[in-house]
Ligand binder design. Structure first.
Ligand SMILES: Cc1cc2nc3c(=O)[nH]c(=O)nc-3n(C[C@H](O)[C@H](O)[C@H](O)COP(=O)(O)OP(=O)(O)OC[C@H]3O[C@@H](n4cnc5c(N)ncnc54)[C@H](O)[C@@H]3O)c2cc1C
Length: 372
């Protein structure tokens, strides 16, 4: 029987672990956190992503489906006006619930899970057929073998902070709010009956005036700025702090018996809500390659082109949010239209299929305002 060692018990590591059990690997996972401790709030998946989990492990798929909350709309709040765009079906789940479902399935399948195991020297895990670095954006495995993976990291210019709230959001809500010279952008969505994720993003200029605030002062300010949307509910902190988005790129995905997955391998800006999806799809792609008798080179060859297209869309969306100020002259409808097509994953036709009424209203606006 082959032996796989996985560093990191996040979505990528745990999903790969349960899939490898089906290929008759002995699998051990090392995770520094205790079993029920994690950062963050909710994560989202598209319908297509969830559907792809069914074939490889129906039991995991069924357990996941029971925990998902689904919605249809993207709501954009700009200049105080709410515009709903229909046909954007997504599902949300608390990160901690996703990890619980994954851990439970791993245990059922006989994966050995080591919690509270902070690995400081990844070379101690190398004695195996496959060593997987699923240890997140600050991956130690990637760092330790940087000469082999040749990573490049870069920071986005905006700052963002990730909160939760009991304010009742429905679908994904993007709120743009100007206060004096400051510009605040909130990405919020419901992921359980009681809780929503509430990420606030600010540009460099705004940050230059916020940077001296304490964590508490900053939170109070955001509660004032978004008082209407939060409806008096506080922002809930879970180790929340302002950070810059780290873009991760690796020249080489694998080396010898080692491979990187998920955020250790690549990151996708949170504005397209796909980090967890991509991490788990990496695991799926690796499982599929190994199942079909391929090696790590075959995994990279099959997965890389598809992934690059997605990452390009994520970079475009990130840039869009970093330069929103340039579009603040736009009226409500064109601004919302631009917001929807920002990553170029949606175009006029696909948007029309999702919400013909919204596109018709936008076209009517264009016809009204176009010079003769
Ligand atoms: C603000 C924000 C919002 C986001 N929103 C979404 C969203 O809506 N939808 C979505 O799909 N994704 C979202 N993401 C992205 C998502 O959180 C990540 O992309 C996803 O968790 C990646 O999974 P992973 O398994 O690769 O890494 P991680 O989830 O980071 O897991 C890595 C694990 O490795 C462990 N680890 C690291 N180093 C060691 C070590 N030395 N020893 C032992 N254990 C170690 C860590 O404790 C961690 O549990 C968001 C991210 C951010 C920052």
């Amino acid at each position: 029987m082959k032996k796989a060692h996985i560093l990191g018990g996040g979505p990528a590591g745990l999903y790969l672990a349960l899939l490898l059990r089906q290929l008759d690997y002995r699998v051990e996972v090392w995770e520094r956190n205790p079993r029920d401790n994690t950062f963050g709030w909710g994560v989202v998946f598209s319908d297509a992503t969830v559907a792809a989990f069914e074939e490889p492990d129906p039991a995991f798929y069924a357990a996941l489906k029971r925990s998902l909350r689904t919605w249809e709309n993207v709501d954009i709040i700009y200049r105080g006006t709410l515009t709903s765009v229909a046909g954007n079906r997504f599902s949300g789940i608390a990160r901690i619930e996703l990890l619980r479902v994954l851990q439970e399935r791993c245990s059922q399948l006989g994966v050995v899970l080591h919690f509270g195991a902070d690995i400081t020297d990844p070379s101690s895990l190398r004695d195996c057929d496959l060593l997987v670095g699923a240890d997140g954006v600050h991956s130690l495995l990637r760092q330790h073998y940087a000469a082999l993976f040749q990573p490049q990291l870069s920071l986005g210019s905006n700052r963002y902070i990730w909160y939760g709230t009991r304010a009742p959001f429905g679908g994904l809500t993007l709120t743009f709010r100007q206060r004096g010279r400051d510009l605040f952008m909130a990405h919020s969505y419901k992921y359980s009956e009681e809780l929503s994720t509430f990420i606030v993003e600010v540009d460099q200029d705004t940050w230059s005036r916020l940077r001296t605030l304490t964590e508490e002062q900053g939170r109070e300010l955001l509660e004032q700025v978004f008082a209407t949307e939060l409806r008096g509910e506080p922002l809930l902190s879970n180790n929340s702090r302002w950070i810059q988005f780290t873009q991760v790129h690796n020249e080489h995905w694998w080396a010898e018996n080692m491979v990187l997955l998920g955020d250790a391998l690549h990151t996708a800006h949170f504005s397209i809500g796909s980090g967890t999806k991509l991490a788990m799809e990496d695991a799926l792609a690796l499982w599929r390659t190994l199942r079909d008798g391929g090696d790590l080179a075959a995994f990279e060859a099959a997965r890389r082109p598809k992934l690059e297209r997605f990452l390009e869309a994520a970079r475009t969306s990130q840039k869009w949010f970093e330069t929103v100020r340039e579009r603040l002259e736009l009226e409500v409808l064109p601004f919302c239209y631009q917001t929807m097509i920002r990553s170029s994953r949606l175009d006029d036709d696909s948007l029309r299929r999702r919400d013909p009424d919204f596109v018709a209203r936008y076209e009517a606006y264009q016809a009204r305002t176009m010079p003769p």
